[in-house]
Write a protein that binds this ligand. Structure first.
Ligand SMILES: [Zn+2]
Ligand SMILES: [Zn+2]
Length: 298
C-alpha cells in the first residue's frame, strides 16, 4: 500500500472492465475509448467476453490510443463452472491478442494460470453479483492479483460489492489487491461509477500493467487517497474530504476516525501487527476509496 504513494510517477485514472459491440456492449470499441477519454480518463482496458458466441475475439483497442490516452488489451474470461453452477467470470488485463481459446475441458484455474503465464493482471469479477464463494476463489491460482470491490453495472442490479471476498482471501493468507470497475455495457447508469488510480512513470500500457501487477494503485468511486505514510506505529492519511476513515484488518479488527470533512487522519497500527491493514474512506455523498493491503508481518 505505502509504495503506491512513495513511488515515482503520477496517478492515471482508468477503467479496467468494459464491453463493446464486439460482445454485449452498446458502443463500438472506438466509441468506448472516446467515451472514457471525454470523461477525463487516462486509459481503459476494454474487456469483451471471450466466449464462443462472440468468436473468441479479443478487442484490439490499440488504434484508438492518442497522445494522452492509452489502452491495455484484455478480456473477460469464461470457462468451467463455479460451485453454484454459474459459469466463471474473471478479468484479464494485459493479454496478447492471440491468446488461445480454452479447450472444452480447460478448467477456470487452468485458464487463469495460462493467462498469468501470458503476463496478465487477473481479478475476480463481481464476486457478490454471482455469489462467488471463498472455496471458488481459493481454487484459483495463488497469483490472482485483485478482487473487484465495486462493480458499477452489478450495483445497478443490487449486488455490486466485493470487500467481503477480499477480506476472506486476506484472512486465508492470500494477498489480493482491490479494484473498482464499471463493467460498462449500456453507458448510462452503469458507467463512470468505479475506477482505479494507478501510479506509473508514464501513461503507457506497459508501465500501467507493471504498476497494476505491483499493486501500485487504489480503487475509487469518487473519493481520493492523496497520500499515505507510515510513521512508526501510525498511519498518516491525506485524502479528499470524507466523513469516515476506516483501517480494516484480520477478522473484525478495525480502527477509525469519523467526523465532517476529514482530510487528514492518524491511525494507530498496533492491533494489525502480524496481519494486514487496509484503508477504506467514505464521503458524505457515499463516494468511497479503497487502498491495497499493507502487510505487517514482514
Ligand atoms: Zn462478468
Ligand atoms: Zn463484464
Amino acid at each position: 500500500m505505502l509504495e503506491t504513494f512513495s513511488s515515482n510517477g503520477q496517478f492515471y485514472r482508468g477503467n479496467l472492465h468494459g464491453h463493446s459491440t464486439n460482445s454485449d456492449g452498446d458502443l463500438t470499441p472506438e466509441q468506448h475509448c472516446r467515451f472514457y477519454q471525454q470523461a477525463g480518463y487516462d486509459f481503459v482496458c476494454l474487456s469483451d467476453h471471450f466466449r464462443p458466441i462472440y468468436d473468441f475475439q479479443i478487442s484490439d483497442t490499440s488504434p484508438f490510443r492518442t497522445g494522452d490516452f492509452t489502452t491495455i488489451i484484455g478480456a473477460e474470461l469464461h470457462t468451467g463452472r463455479m460451485g453454484n453452477g454459474e459459469i466463471w467470470h474473471f478479468l484479464a488485463v494485459g493479454l496478447p491478442l492471440d491468446f488461445e481459446p480454452p479447450s472444452e475441458t480447460e478448467t477456470a484455474p487452468d485458464m487463469a494460470a495460462r493467462a498469468l503465464n501470458a503476463g496478465a493482471f487477473l481479478a475476480y469479477a463481481h464476486p457478490e453479483w454471482n455469489s462467488l464463494t471463498l472455496e471458488d476463489a481459493l481454487s484459483m491460482p495463488d497469483g490472482m492479483h485483485a478482487v473487484e470491490v465495486f462493480n458499477t453495472t452489478s450495483s445497478t442490479k443490487g449486488r455490486g460489492e466485493g470487500s467481503a471476498l477480499l477480506d476472506q482471501l486476506l484472512n486465508s493468507g492470500r494477498r489480493p489487491c482491490a479494484i473498482a470497475v464499471d463493467d460498462v455495457h449500456r453507458y448510462h447508469r452503469d458507467a463512470l461509477g468505479g475506477w482505479v488510480m494507478v501510479k506509473a512513470a508514464e501513461n503507457t500500457p506497459e508501465a500501467l500493467l507493471q504498476s497494476l501487477k505491483r499493486g501500485l494503485f487504489y480503487a475509487s468511486t469518487g473519493a481520493d487517497l492523496i497520500n499515505v505514510e507510515r510513521h512508526g506505529d501510525f498511519l498518516h492519511v491525506e485524502c479528499s474530504p470524507v466523513d469516515s476513515v476506516w483501517l480494516l484488518g484480520h477478522g473484525a479488527k478495525v480502527t477509525w476516525v469519523d467526523g465532517e470533512g476529514i482530510t487528514r487522519a492518524k491511525l494507530p497500527l498496533d492491533k494489525f501487527k502480524g496481519g494486514y491493514a487496509r484503508l477504506s474512506i467514505q464521503a458524505s455523498d457515499g463516494a468511497r476509496a479503497w487502498s491495497n493491503p499493507l502487510f505487517m508481518n514482514e
